[in-house]
Design a protein around this ligand. Structure first.
Ligand code: ADP
Ligand code: MG
Length: 321
């Protein structure tokens, strides 16, 4: 099977590559053409997953297809962007039809759920690597950035944290478990649900937002720095799933604070907007607040400062490889 047959059979013919609103020209020409309504800006983000770094070679291709798109689409949620389309640059060691079929099915499943159309890409041979670039649209000047938090804002998250990190030992085969709790964590790892609805809801309300991909504390540090505020987080308020607590036990809080891969939104919100946001997105939890100052501080029930666990994951950083 040649490159073009592969593209045609597994990608151009996939459900996610069919005609979609906002896509004036899809796969097959030198560029795709996306149509932006007047007054809207294009939101763009790229994520790469590399075999042996982000997933094991034995990873199920269906799950990998879902995850590759979900982690990229989560960035659109974090900006409050409406999904338009995505490109896929895929490097494959060989053209394995069963693998490609599973991968394209997973990709299409997540794309359908997110409202993202596959509009182009690149196909090359080499060690397995997946680069997804997502495109979204947002009314000019209304994207949710990291830099607008103000003292007095509440710090909120869009759901339970730590499931992705809690799933990691299961994903890597360091631990075997097949109970409902393990199933829940694996589902959250392989098919994270980008919080696109929450992102749209927060437009015009949240003062800053991001998706938690490197760990809550590290990512809140990004908001604190960009906004020049201090963020105080109350440990007892950080939401964790019963499944995480069952599987991770005493290390559940570490997973929630410092584990990556959650793809839950963290955002700052003036208190007057809380009721409306919680009514429309019931999983919203207030975990702390923004104050004048700098940095992220973790507090216990009595308001005393807790020394946080390890920092979030960083490629090339002192805590990562
Ligand atoms: P070019 O050589 O002009 O860059 P290619 O030969 O790489 O184009 O690709 C042909 C067409 O197929 C282009 O429209 C490209 O966007 C699309 N394409 C290539 N690989 C993929 C892929 N993995 N998924 C979706 N579309 C792809
Ligand atoms: Mg090419």
């Amino acid at each position: 099977m040649g490159e073009f047959e592969l593209i045609r059979r597994f990608f151009a013919a996939a459900p996610c590559a069919q005609a979609a609103e906002g896509v004036a020209l899809g796969i097959g020409d030198d560029c795709a053409l996306l149509q932006l309504p007047a007054g809207e800006q294009l939101a763009v983000s790229t994520d790469t997953l590399v075999v042996g770094v982000h997933f094991p070679a034995s990873a199920d291709p269906f799950l990998l297809g879902q995850r590759a798109l979900a982690v990229a689409a989560s960035d659109l949620a974090a900006m409050g962007a409406t999904p338009l389309g995505f490109t896929l640059a895929i490097t494959l060691p060989q053209a394995d039809e069963a693998w490609l079929q599973g991968f394209a099915r997973g990709l299409s499943q997540m794309a359908g759920g997110c409202g993202l159309a596959l509009v182009g890409g690149d196909t090359t041979r080499g060690p397995l690597s997946l680069t997804v670039t997502v495109f979204g649209r947002v009314p000019a000047g209304r994207a949710l950035t990291r830099s607008g938090a103000r003292p007095g804002d509440l710090l909120c998250v869009g759901g339970a944290l730590g499931d992705g990190a809690g799933a990691l030992p299961l994903v890597l085969g360091q631990r075997q478990a097949t109970d409902a709790a393990a199933e829940h964590l694996l589902q959250r790892y392989w098919a994270p649900q980008p919080q696109l609805g929450l992102g749209l809801l927060l437009r015009g309300k949240a003062t800053a937002a991001l998706d938690v991909s490197d760990g809550l504390l590290a990512d809140c540090g990004h908001i604190a720095r960009a906004s020049a505020v201090a963020l105080h987080i109350e440990l007892a308020r950080v939401p964790m799933s019963p499944a995480l607590q069952a599987i991770a036990g005493a290390t559940a809080a570490d997973c929630a604070l410092a584990g990556g891969d959650d793809y839950v939104l963290a955002f700052t919100l003036p208190p007057e907007h809380l009721a409306a946001v919680q009514a429309a997105w019931p999983a919203t939890v207030v975990i702390g607040r923004a104050l004048a100052g700098a940095g992220v501080t973790l507090l216990d029930d009595s308001g005393a400062v807790i020394q946080p666990p390890r920092a979030g994951y960083q490629h090339f950083g002192s805590s990562g490889d």
